[in-house]
Design a protein around this ligand. Structure first.
Ligand SMILES: Nc1ncnc2c1ncn2[C@@H]1O[C@H](COP(=O)(O)OP(=O)(O)OP(=O)(O)O)[C@@H](O)[C@H]1O
Ligand SMILES: [Mg+2]
Length: 284
């Protein structure tokens, strides 16, 4: 069965989507893994990093996104077709051939509250959190890894991601405000795991947008490493760089070095991916 890892944090803009996209591409091109990406964020950032906006627009018009799945849940319909919705061999990088994508939709914005209402009506902490897991079940065995990108909240759609996750990673910029909500998200995931009757394993904190010349960055990392509540700060950090920022633009690239840059970025992302896989193999 695929190992399922969610990328999560309460803080927005800390590089969750960038890390998820990069790790999936490196898992495929550098480590020969078959990966399914699931985009649970109504901002559709991961989706439009992997397919063009035009392609997304067409898929959305045809109902081939996760909005159809969650709409089914609130309206009692069964229109979602998992096989047709999964986009095969996405990524703008030619060398990446083993990454599939279950696309998100801007229409998830309006569905969020209706799923919350469903949860309140059913009245249990685990109501309406199994929608995604059940939909993916028929295809899960086909993948080595399923990586789920979440919005920066623990709303009902994020809970659907956590409910099928074996483990999670927390990307963070090593500064005061970005690290602020880490204990809260750890506690929430632990409690949710208890409600589900199993544990969702913390695989590690991923340091993103690292500036080696910043004393606050260095101090924050030192403090995170000393913090007994943080199990694992991955040893390799993703530095802040223009080429990583530019990689969010969907345009054709031949190689991962071409997309992310080869002034440290390629090696950092490769090591981060390797570390996550090592953690996952040991703990999941
Ligand atoms: N290492 C980096 N160097 C430079 N820019 C980066 C880096 N990582 C991410 N970015 C940029 O920072 C912004 C936020 O990154 P990203 O969208 O990955 O964060 P996020 O945590 O997924 O955000 P959200 O909470 O909105 O989902 C984007 O513009 C992205 O391109
Ligand atoms: Mg994001």
């Amino acid at each position: 069965m695929a190992k399922v890892i969610t990328t999560i944090s309460l803080k927005g803009g800390v590089g969750k989507t960038t890390i998820t996209a990069g790790v999936a591409e490196f898992m495929s091109a550098e480590f020969g893994q078959k990966v399914l990406l699931i985009d649970l964020d109504s901002q559709i950032n991961l989706t439009t990093m992997m397919i063009s906006e035009g392609d997304w627009f067409d898929l959305n018009k045809k109902g081939l996104t996760l909005a159809t799945l969650f709409r089914d849940a609130v309206e009692g319909t069964s229109n979602f077709d998992v096989q047709a919705s999964i986009q095969r061999s996405v990524s703008p990088v030619k060398k990446v051939t083993g990454v599939d994508l279950l696309p998100s939709s801007l229409d998830l914005i309006g569905l969020q509250e209706r799923i919350s209402a469903l949860r309140v009506n059913e009245g249990s902490p685990t109501s309406a959190v199994d929608i995604l897991r059940k939909a993916i079940e028929p295809v899960a065995a086909y993948y080595d890894y399923i990586l789920i990108d979440c919005p920066p909240n623990v709303g009902p759609i994020t809970l659907n991601g956590l409910a099928m996750a074996d483990g999670y990673i927390i990307p963070t910029i090593p500064d005061v405000l970005s690290t602020y909500g880490i204990p809260q998200i750890q506690t929430r995931i632990k409690e949710f795991g208890e409600e589900l009757g199993r544990s969702i394993v913390e695989l590690g904190l991923v340091i993103t947008k690292y500036k080696s010349n910043s004393s606050i960055h260095r101090t924050t990392i030192r403090n995170l490493r000393r913090d007994q509540h943080i199990q694992n700060v991955l040893p390799v950090y993703l530095a802040e760089s223009n080429s990583i920022a530019a990689s969010a633009q969907f345009e054709p690239y031949g190689t991962l070095k071409g997309k992310y840059g080869n002034a440290g970025q390629f090696d950092q992302l490769r090591e981060i991916t390797k570390n996550i896989m090592t953690e996952a193999e040991a703990k999941l």
